[in-house]
Design a protein around this ligand. Structure first.
Ligand code: PLP
Length: 369
């Protein structure tokens, strides 16, 4: 079965008894022992059929044996980071989602040694136990060469985790590129409709999977059945949504490059982007996020657009606009933001599935006024 077919069919066996093509949504938390043969379900914090349908689909998308889903992307990341105890060494890319920065701060407080490195410029993480990469990164859309980092991390005896939220499995397959763990905020492209929070971890190593399952069952950072259903419903249209979103993102990036109110455009699909060649090699397309530096007041721009929602989040059917320094990356200290290049003038767009001409017109009008 090819990728687009797996999206629709994965974890969607007709329900025994009724033949319902969409399996029922399970909401119960407790299961009767006498009604099962063999005995498999006990309590929904541990095992849950609707959750398992979604996990089967997500694992299949990366040709992996295992996936675990969570109540949010942060819950998924925290579960992966639970591999690290006091004294362990984490090396992470320098440009990351603001909430991930905060998770690393918590790790530092618990005695984990956290080092940040520009892995897009130099892929050698140095001595460590876990390497954490986000590519494309949020919000600068830097591209890290996953194959090279994986090779170097493994030479050091370290695992490589890739936060694949911005690409989604339709554009990039971290495990096939050599990573050990793919992490997702399924809130974004995977669910795609800005109406449900979720997270996922995909891996192919039984020992790792057992540790993630144990942590999730004990901590209880699980999603409920209704949320799993919503994520799975959105997932079925991932390929067609993203195809449209990427095409429009390319048009928007080109229009921004030509606009006099724009200082610079960051989009890995443009030839001038420093990660363009690596992105072309490891991604099916450059993604649906476009960042740029505006010559005016970016917060005023947010007031002038009419179709773009002035909101955080990304990857949904509706286009969004945000200013990372004031919104998603506010938790990152100002000095760090400056050093990374997350200026106060940086604007991040998440392109939805609206008519491309409407989006370009809306943005151009707002930039010109
Ligand atoms: N990873 C990335 C790259 C993100 O952009 C986000 C959220 O914006 C997260 C993780 C956290 O996901 P969630 O908001 O679902 O907890």
């Amino acid at each position: 079965m090819r990728f687009d077919t797996r999206l629709v069919h994965g974890g969607q066996r007709p329900a025994p008894g009724t033949g319902a093509l969409v399996p029922p949504v399970h909401v119960g938390v407790a299961y009767d022992r006498g009604s099962q043969e063999p005995l498999r379900y006990f309590y929904a914090r541990g095992e849950q059929p609707t959750r398992e349908d979604l996990e089967e689909c997500l694992a299949g998308l990366e040709d992996a044996r295992f996936a675990t889903v969570y109540s949010s992307g942060q819950a998924a990341s925290a579960t992966v980071l639970s591999l690290l105890g006091p004294g362990a060494r984490l090396v992470a890319g320098d440009d990351l989602y603001g909430g991930t920065h905060e998770l690393f701060e918590l790790l530092g407080e618990r005695g984990v040694e956290v080092r940040r490195a520009d892995l897009a410029a130099d892929p050698d993480p140095g001595p460590c136990d876990l390497v954490w990469v986000e590519t494309p990164s949020n919000p600068l859309l830097k591209i890290v060469d996953v194959e090279r980092v994986a090779r170097l991390a493994h030479e050091r005896g370290a695992l490589l985790a890739v936060d694949n939220t911005l690409a989604s499995p339709v554009l990039q397959q971290p495990l096939a590129l050599g990573a050990d763990i793919s992490v997702y905020s399924t809130t974004k492209f995977i669910a795609g409709h800005l109406d449900v929070l979720g997270g996922a971890v995909v891996c192919d190593e039984p020992g790792l999977h057992e540790r993630f399952l144990r942590y999730r069952t004990v901590v209880g950072n699980v999603p409920g059945g209704l949320d799993c259903y919503l994520v799975h419903r959105g997932l079925k249209t991932l390929a067609v949504r993203v195809e449209r979103q990427v095409r429009t993102a390319g048009l928007v990036a080109a229009a921004l490059e030509d606009h006099p109110a724009v200082e610079r455009v960051l989009y890995p699909g443009r030839a001038g982007h420093p990660g363009h060649a690596v992105a072309a090699r490891q991604m099916r397309a450059a993604g649906a996020l476009v960042s740029f530096e505006y010559r005016g007041d970016p917060m005023r721009l947010l007031e002038r657009v009419t179709l773009f929602g002035a909101a955080v989040s990304l990857g949904g059917v509706r286009s969004l606009i945000e200013v990372p320094a004031a919104m998603t990356h506010r938790p990152v200290p100002r000095a760090t933001r400056r050093r990374l290049g997350i200026t106060d003038a940086l604007v991040r767009l998440s392109i939805g599935i609206e008519d491309p001409a409407d989006l370009v017109e809306d943005l151009s009008a707002a930039l010109s006024s």
